[in-house]
Design a protein around this ligand. Structure first.
Ligand code: ADP
Ligand code: ZN
Length: 217
């Protein structure tokens, strides 16, 4: 069984690799960032509550985020494995998951960490364009869509995320180093951590991920 957490700083390629892993291994892709963006787009109560925090690059509260993930992982489509992207992002979230995971039969057994130097992250985020409909991610310099401004997968016009501006990105990166990076030691101590070089070409990365996941399946 593959109950996976995908970690890495913003811009490391989590979304891109998550899409590939989830298709290749038939795992539901649970992205807290996507869940929050959907809530904001739908104008729900949750969406309105978190809008300013998310657009500014801040973190949504641990309580709210953990409750949302617990509910989502409890659903039957996660019974045979899942890929969690963007959660946990803080030690309290990891501790919450360590409690509710086993409780709902969804204990984590693998953590994939994608590493990437800061200058590469900054360049990637500045050029990133995303599909608001299917969540696919492109880059105007390094991962151009086949037709400029259009999603390869669903044909929707691409947009720039509101939090992909210089000041929000700085907040996200600071949060990553302060709150999320300590999780690497937490999962390393528990023997779950596997780190990958996020600057590798996509195909090499997929080959390495595939080798790891096939061995664990
Ligand atoms: P990134 O590209 O920075 O990894 P995501 O798409 O994963 O971005 O998340 C976007 C935003 O959603 C975050 O900057 C944060 O505001 C919010 N968010 C996502 N996951 C979490 C979490 N686990 N805890 C708190 N806030 C979160
Ligand atoms: Zn699309």
């Amino acid at each position: 069984m593959l109950n996976i957490i995908l970690m890495g700083p913003p811009g490391a390629g989590k979304g891109t690799h998550a899409k590939w892993i989830s298709t290749e291994f038939g795992l539901p892709h649970i992205s807290t960032g996507d869940m929050f963006r959907e809530a904001m787009n739908s104008g729900s109560e949750l969406g309105n509550k978190i809008k300013d925090i998310v657009n500014g690059g801040g973190l949504v509260s641990d309580e709210l985020t953990s409750a949302l993930v617990k509910e989502r992982l409890s659903r039957p489509d996660c019974a045979n494995g899942y890929l969690l992207d963007g959660f946990p992002r803080t030690i309290p979230q990891a501790e919450a998951l360590a409690l509710f995971g086993p409780e709902i039969g969804r204990e984590v057994n693998l953590v994939i960490d994608i590493e990437c130097p800061e200058d590469v992250l900054i360049a990637r985020i500045a050029g990133r364009r995303v599909c608001p409909k299917c969540g696919a991610s492109f880059n105007v310099n390094t991962m151009k869509p086949k037709t400029e401004g259009i999603c390869d997968y669903c044909g929707s016009p691409l947009i720039q995320r509101k939090d992909d501006n210089a000041s929000s990105f700085k907040v996200r990166l600071d949060n990553y180093f302060k709150s999320t990076e300590p999780l690497l030691a937490y999962y390393r101590e528990r023997g779950l951590l596997h780190s990958f070089d996020g600057t590798l070409p996509l195909l090499n990365m997929e080959a390495e991920l595939s080798a790891l996941l096939k061995g664990k399946r």
